[in-house]
Write a protein that binds this ligand. Structure first.
Ligand code: ZN
Ligand code: ZN
Length: 408
């Protein structure tokens, strides 16, 4: 795609990495402060005003050109540093997430993602600036809101925000260290059944029971499970089931997440779940309303980026494991990984029995261990970005790996 790392005078990559690591260490104070602040704000999807402002302000103060609000999302931003001009290549995007979970706060550790990508960006700028025109690339830090719900990165991809980039990268806090892992394609759907209220004892025959529709739907999906592929995941909750036992419920609601190994196999499965809902509506005489979220794509790994990351991790003495294939979730990084080479490694901040989305994990996200891991993550992201900028042929190899997987 682009000639990676062709520079007038050779640069000492190992020395640059050492300098970037020192720069990250010097930024330990700001890293901790940002991680703690974003954790305390605990802003949920698309409401991350303070978090986004804090990060964008830091980048602007460090000399990045900041665009606040992207693709119609006020809490998205892009901070650019492109001394060689607008179309400079290679172009690397560091991604910050910063949305929290309702009720649980930062139980997915996105505050650490934000702090690590921010500090990686600041440290990189610090070591690249003195190179003058020996650095011909482009470095951007993206603020990507609403990972947990809504899918900010899906909207950014739809608006082609990563069209001129060669790689996107971020780390994710976890309970193990791994260069990457599979993730399923998924979509959430809210099914609302509209019936008719009536006195549940004096005139039940006048009613249409919306709760019955939800229960029939739930059973239909349970029956469907036996006929789905092993990679399918169907999980739902009842979010509304009536207001009083002596009233036939006129409105009942159930929310589901449907997952499959890729978007192509997700769509037919989703159709079958919709059919279960239509059948339940038909059986009870309810009117059905379905509200579907954005489709989170499966994750396309990139072996070239993962092995560059693994080499950098080994240099810091960090042992990586194979990701547990049984425990796949979904993330909007999947949509990014379908349009350009993408790196999404995991670093452990908590033991396996304190997984993401637990209260213990939310505490780990501001623990000394969590903060130390974010600092390591910033070093590894910076080192891997330096590989892309200066190791000849690496960007081309990452694109070749990307294209080969997308063809499969
Ligand atoms: Zn999460
Ligand atoms: Zn997460």
């Amino acid at each position: 795609m682009s000639p990676g790392g062709e520079v007038g005078t050779a640069v000492d990559l190992a020395e640059l990495k050492a300098r970037a690591e020192r720069a990250v260490d010097q930024l330990a104070g700001p890293l901790e402060e940002v991680a703690r602040s974003v954790h305390a704000y605990a802003e949920t999807a698309f409401r991350e005003e303070r978090s986004a402002r804090l990060l964008a302000d830091r980048l602007e103060a460090a000399g990045f050109l900041v665009t606040r609000g992207l693709a119609g999302m006020p809490t998205a931003f892009r901070a650019d540093w492109r001394p060689a001009g607008a179309n400079a290549r290679p172009a690397v995007a560091l991604l910050c997430e910063y949305d929290a979970l309702p009720a649980l706060g930062h139980a997915c550790g996105h505050n650490l993602i934000a702090a690590a990508s921010l500090v990686a960006g600041l440290a990189l700028r610090k070591v690249l600036e003195p190179l003058g025109d020996r650095f011909r690339g482009r470095l951007s830090v993206f603020g990507t809101p609403a990972e947990e719900e809504g899918g900010g990165k899906i909207i950014l991809v739809e608006q082609e925000a990563f069209r001129e980039y060669d790689a996107a990268m971020m780390f994710h806090p976890a309970t193990q260290n791994a260069a990457g892992s599979d993730a399923l394609a998924c979509v959430d759907v809210r099914y609302r059944f509209h019936g008719r209220a009536a006195h549940a004892s004096a005139a039940p025959q006048q009613g249409i029971n919306a709760l019955d529709a939800v229960l029939l739907f739930y059973d239909a999906v349970n029956a469907l499970r036996q006929q789905t592929s092993p990679s399918a995941r169907l999980h739902g909750i009842i979010t509304r089931g009536g207001d009083a036992p002596n009233v036939i419920p006129d409105l009942a609601e159930t929310t589901w997440i449907v997952r499959e190994r890729d978007v192509e196999s997700l769509l037919p499965l989703l159709e079958r779940v919709h059919a279960c809902a239509r059948g339940a509506a038909e059986a009870t005489g309810c009117r059905l309303e379905a509200e579907q979220g954005r489709i989170y794509a499966e994750r396309v790994p990139n072996a070239v980026l993962e092995s560059a990351f693994a080499r950098n991790a080994a240099r810091l003495g960090l042992r990586l494991e194979e990701a547990d294939p049984a425990g796949s979730g979904s993330s909007d990084i999947g949509n990014v990984s379908r349009v350009l080479p993408t790196l999404h490694p995991y670093l452990a901040i908590a033991p396996v029995d304190q997984p993401n989305h637990s209260r213990a994990f939310a505490e780990a996200a501001v623990s000394p261990r969590g903060l130390a891991v974010a600092r390591t993550a910033a070093k590894l992201l910076a080192a891997t970005a330096l590989d892309l900028f200066f190791e000849p042929g690496l960007v081309d190899a990452a694109w070749r790996d990307f294209r080969a997987r997308r063809r499969r």
